[in-house]
Design a binder for this molecule. Structure first.
Ligand code: HEM
Ligand code: HEM
Length: 294
């Protein structure tokens, strides 16, 4: 009787076990979304946005001849369809018992984001590319990519919202917001030709926050933080170089190389923006791990 009374109450302190298929699929889907951003950027950079006048079908079919701008516009739709299906599968996998609640919610948000994104894509075609819709489409696309990446990170056991490295978190969370505003300004430049001065000026804040986040992350000696810190250190200078190049190409798109190659380099600047955003996001999420888990 007395031994029973002395037994401590059973507490369920087991951390979520994680779910490897979910984590792996979230990573693959985030990778596919990254490629989709490039494919979308090529639609804008080559001026192919109105090559296919209808939606959801293309010239009334699912397989139009892939000639000229149709290659970029319809190709982008096909990749978008694949990413939408992959995100749906991720949302189904998110219901598995080992998936932490934060990762599950993020996967559901990503699915919602992809559906709104497809709607905006359709609207921008049917309304003949109004800048407000095209800019929203450009910004939400990067947001969907971030949500998929976040679902992958949050599904790994140990990514708990503990005290972590608070300075790294503050700088990288601020950096993430600054980089997001920077790509919104970039989208404004691409779709209206306005705001280039603001975009170049705001790049300074991204550079300063990247230096602070990267430096404080490096000093923690945490392996989990050093990877994204290196990514940030590579992405930001690359982005500045590509930005300068995009500026020259805007003045004359065939100045140094042919039209398609110059479109690809301008689009690389968009992809570099996604990498910068991803590096800030990884640092912000991983710095919230408890020091022991990192
Ligand atoms: C579902 C996921 C999708 C993602 C992540 C995505 C992403 C993107 C991105 C990043 C751009 C480049 C924006 C820029 O350069 O500023 C773009 C452009 C474009 N996308 Fe999508 N897209 C998606 C779905 C769709 C769909 C379903 C359509 C259907 C028509 C579509 C139509 C377009 C068009 C027409 C453009 C060119 C807009 C312009 O030049 O103003 N997108 N997309
Ligand atoms: C780290 C800093 C930077 C980031 C994260 C960034 C990001 C971006 C992104 C994502 C876009 C495309 C937006 C879209 O349509 O979706 C863009 C456009 C652009 N950016 Fe930047 N940018 C940066 C720095 C710069 C700098 C320093 C310059 C100039 C020297 C520059 C010049 C441009 C130009 C000219 C465009 C329009 C390109 C075009 O019309 O194809 N950027 N930027």
């Amino acid at each position: 009787m007395s031994t029973l009374a002395a037994r401590p109450p059973r507490l369920n302190l087991r951390p979520p076990s994680g779910d490897r298929p979910f984590t792996a699929w979230a990573k693959v889907t985030a990778g596919a979304a990254f490629l989709l951003l490039f494919a979308g950027g090529m639609v804008t950079s080559t001026g192919s946005g109105l090559s296919v006048p209808d939606w959801p079908l293309s010239f009334g079919t699912l397989a139009p001849p892939m000639i000229g701008g149709v290659f970029f516009e319809h190709g982008h739709r096909l990749i978008a369809g694949a990413v939408a299906i992959m995100t749906l599968i991720l949302a189904v996998l998110a219901r598995r018992p080992g998936v932490p609640a934060a990762a599950r919610k993020t996967a559901f948000l990503a699915l919602g984001g992809v559906l709104i994104q497809a709607l905006l894509g359709g609207l921008t075609v049917l309304m003949k590319l109004p800048p407000a819709v095209s800019i929203s489409h450009a910004c939400l696309g990067q947001g969907v990519f971030c949500l998929l990446l976040a679902a992958a990170v949050l599904s790994v056991p140990g990514t708990v919202f503990g005290p972590g490295y608070s300075r790294v978190f503050r700088f990288s969370a601020l950096g993430f917001c600054a980089a997001y505003l920077q790509l919104a300004l970039g989208a404004l430049v691409r779709h209206t030709g306005q705001g280039l001065g603001w975009h170049m000026l705001w790049a300074c804040s991204v550079v300063v926050l990247a230096a602070l986040a990267g430096f404080t992350a490096w000093r923690t000696r945490s392996r989990a933080l050093r990877g994204p810190a290196l990514l940030l250190a590579a992405a930001v200078p690359l982005q500045l170089g590509l930005g300068l190049f995009a500026l020259l190409m805007r003045a004359d798109s065939t100045l140094i190389i042919g039209f398609k190659a110059s479109a690809a380099w301008r689009t690389a600047h968009l992809s570099g923006g996604a990498l910068t955003l991803a590096a800030f996001l990884l640092l912000a999420l991983k710095s919230r791990r408890t020091a022991a888990a990192a």
